[in-house]
Design a protein around this ligand. Structure first.
Ligand SMILES: Cc1ncc(C[n+]2csc(CCOP(=O)(O)OP(=O)(O)O)c2C)c(N)n1
Ligand SMILES: [Mg+2]
Length: 82
């Protein structure tokens, strides 16, 4: 059996971390700490998992900064399939 290794090496456990957490969690943080700056960092795939939350965000006028690392693919899956 071939062990799955991320390439390039990554400090993040993407095989175990649930995608789609950051954006809704940030909305919770924005409600809990109004006036604080809330920043998320997601891959393009991960961001897409929770994109519907942006409607909730707009509805409630919550402010966050969402940084999306866009490589145009689900790269982790491609790595696993090699
Ligand atoms: C809810 C959920 N579904 C599926 C996965 C499996 N999974 C791990 S990484 C990944 C792709 C992530 O793509 P992206 O956010 O674009 O990051 P990249 O690998 O391209 O850096 C998927 C689907 C997961 N971790 N969580
Ligand atoms: Mg990606």
């Amino acid at each position: 059996m071939k062990p799955v290794q991320p390439w390039p090496p990554s400090p993040f456990a993407r095989g175990q971390g649930g995608l789609g957490y950051a954006v809704p969690a940030a909305l919770g943080a924005a409600v809990a700490w109004p006036g604080d700056r809330v920043v998320t960092v997601s891959g393009d795939g991960g961001f897409g998992y929770a994109i519907g939350e942006l409607a909730t965000q707009a509805q409630h006028g919550l402010r966050t900064i969402n940084l999306v690392l866009n490589n145009g693919t689900l790269a982790w899956l491609a790595t696993c399939q090699r």
